[in-house]
Design a binder for this molecule. Structure first.
Ligand SMILES: C[S@@+](CC[C@H](N)C(=O)[O-])C[C@H]1O[C@@H](n2cnc3c(N)ncnc32)[C@H](O)[C@@H]1O
Length: 226
């Protein structure tokens, strides 16, 4: 899978209907600069998409993890990582390149060597399959978006809750957790549940996240087992 907009999963803040109306203009058979100008910004390759492609990463989202790593010093050579929602594989590849062992979970396995891939829903995977004493547990999981902001938020929070449950069962004391969250009414309660188990939790919107996106990341460091 190439570093395309298809790998950017975040629903747009703007009306889905109006975005689609514009985008459909490209399928009328009319081509040229006038049509290009009507393609919504999030459908055009941007700086991060081009950079991911140039560096051979499967998705532009790799730059979100890279930014979080640079800021919070999350990776370490010889450490153990779990990556939920690992397809098409840019986060896992980054973690492997940083010298970590990786167990990745997604509905399909990425075309990457060097990690252990579990091609199933994270809702069905058991903690014991992910290993123990994990140093870094990341989740970039997102549902297929419907365009209905509330539905997408509710579905995504369920994935984030599953990620937290599995992280709490597998992290070593002091370990770190990164989770994607679609903002919405359940986000504050979810944030509080993460805050209760980590020494420090930050809410971050990485530069590579599009301005219009409703996604943010929670980064928890210093896992405190009960
Ligand atoms: C934004 S993509 C992840 C991109 C990935 N971090 C990368 O850099 O290549 C979100 C992923 O979440 C996955 N996903 C959605 N629901 C899931 C579930 N129930 N279990 C596991 N993965 C899921 C999707 O299949 C999709 O590949």
């Amino acid at each position: 899978m190439e570093a395309s907009e298809g790998s950017e999963d975040s629903p747009d803040r703007a009306s889905h209907t109006s975005a689609r109306t514009h985008y459909d203009a490209t399928s009328t058979g009319v081509t040229g600069p006038a049509i290009q100008a009507r393609v919504p910004p999030y459908k055009r390759p941007d700086h991060f998409t081009k950079k991911a492609k140039a560096q051979g990463y499967a998705a532009r989202s790799v730059f979100k993890l890279e930014e979080l790593d640079q800021r919070f010093k999350l990776t370490r050579r010889g450490g153990k990582a779990v990556d939920l929602g690992c397809f098409p594989g840019s986060w896992s590849r980054y973690l492997l390149e940083r010298g970590m062992s990786v167990v990745g979970v997604d509905l399909q396995a990425p075309a990457l060597t060097g990690g252990t891939w579990i091609a199933r829903s994270a809702m069905e995977v058991e903690a014991v399959e992910l290993g123990r004493d994990i140093d870094l547990f990341v989740s970039d999981m997102a549902p297929n978006t419907s365009g209905d902001r509330f539905t997408d938020h509710a579905r995504q929070i369920r994935l984030a809750e599953r990620a937290l449950l599995l992280a709490l069962a597998t992290l070593r004391p002091g370990g770190a957790f990164v989770v994607k969250v679609f903002d919405g009414e359940d986000a504050p309660a979810y944030t509080r549940s993460v805050e209760s188990r980590f020494a420090q939790v930050k809410r971050v919107k990485p530069e590579a996240t599009r301005d219009r996106s409703v996604e943010f990341f929670l980064v928890g460091v210093g896992f405190r087992p009960e």
